[in-house]
Design a protein around this ligand. Structure first.
Ligand SMILES: [Zn+2]
Length: 116
């Protein structure tokens, strides 16, 4: 285990820069947000994965194993946490450490406010 390999969260650039080619509009490109339960394009959601007791953002959505999808909105994260949807979606047992996810979402929102 390389415990020190944890990367600092980095906000996504505008979703306009994301390459939509893999997604199309077919079923494979659609994910359900575990916060608001609405479906959205894969490019609009972020993937969360479990690392031991920690939950981290899988920015490239390429990590193996189970993932949970969430809109890039702190409101959706709050809903997911309140309902314990993250732990359930990732089949985690016991307390979970979602600190890294909150940090990541905080960086996203700050970046968006700066634009406006
Ligand atoms: Zn949502």
């Amino acid at each position: 285990m390389g415990g020190s390999a944890f990367r600092t969260p980095r906000p996504l650039r505008s979703s306009a820069h994301l390459n939509p080619s893999q997604d199309g509009l077919g079923g494979a490109g659609v994910r359900t947000c575990i916060g608001c339960r609405e479906r959205g394009r894969r490019a609009d959601l972020v993937r969360l994965i479990a690392r031991g007791e920690r939950v981290v953002v899988d920015e490239r959505a390429s990590a193996p194993g189970r993932g949970a999808w969430l809109h890039c909105r702190s409101a959706c994260l709050e809903q997911a946490v309140r309902r314990r949807a993250i732990g359930r979606a990732l089949r985690m047992q016991g307390p979970i450490d979602d600190h890294a996810v909150w940090t990541w979402f905080g960086a996203i929102e700050r970046a968006e406010h700066r634009v406006e």
